[in-house]
Design a binder for this molecule. Structure first.
Ligand SMILES: [Zn+2]
Ligand SMILES: [Zn+2]
Length: 155
């Protein structure tokens, strides 16, 4: 066993402490309103001259998720997108794969089903990740693939 060093935070610790950086990330996330990736949030931090690394952003988002302070969805590429959770309970979302706009869903049926699965299987502390994705109305009318009828081919 090595020497046990007691973790002491000196009053004039250099640089912002982890908790403060997490707070900063949390504030940035709250300011976004929509789902954002860690990369997008880090880009925002750079813009606003908030001194956090991408690694810190990833870690902070992870912690926020674990603490139930953020909702998470996966985008089309499997990247995690985060949004601050305002209500006490987690929510389920419908996400546009084109523009990323999101809507909160009434997913009481998912919660009921989860509870029932727990009762039937004897499993405790069940977790679930349920999300729907599609193409929102505005994105359907501005189809970037140019498949709209009457579009002239440029070749
Ligand atoms: Zn859309
Ligand atoms: Zn749920």
């Amino acid at each position: 066993m090595g020497r046990r060093k007691r973790e002491r935070t000196p009053p004039d610790a250099p640089g912002p402490r982890p908790a403060r950086r997490r707070e900063a990330v949390s504030r940035l996330l709250t300011g976004c309103g929509e789902f954002v990736s860690a990369r997008q949030l880090h880009a925002l931090a750079v813009l606003q001259e908030v001194d956090v690394s991408l690694t810190t952003v990833y870690r902070a988002l992870n912690e926020l998720e674990e603490q139930g302070c953020a909702d998470v969805v996966l985008d089309g590429n499997g990247e995690r997108l985060y949004r601050p959770r305002t209500a006490g309970e987690h929510r389920h979302y419908l996400l546009c794969r084109d523009c990323g706009v999101s809507r909160v869903l009434d997913a009481a049926v998912v919660e009921t089903w989860t509870e029932r699965v727990g009762e039937e299987t004897g499993f405790a502390a069940l977790e679930h990740l349920v999300q729907l994705s599609g193409i929102c109305g505005p994105c359907q009318s501005t189809d970037p693939a140019g498949r709209a009828p009457g579009a002239t081919a440029g070749e």
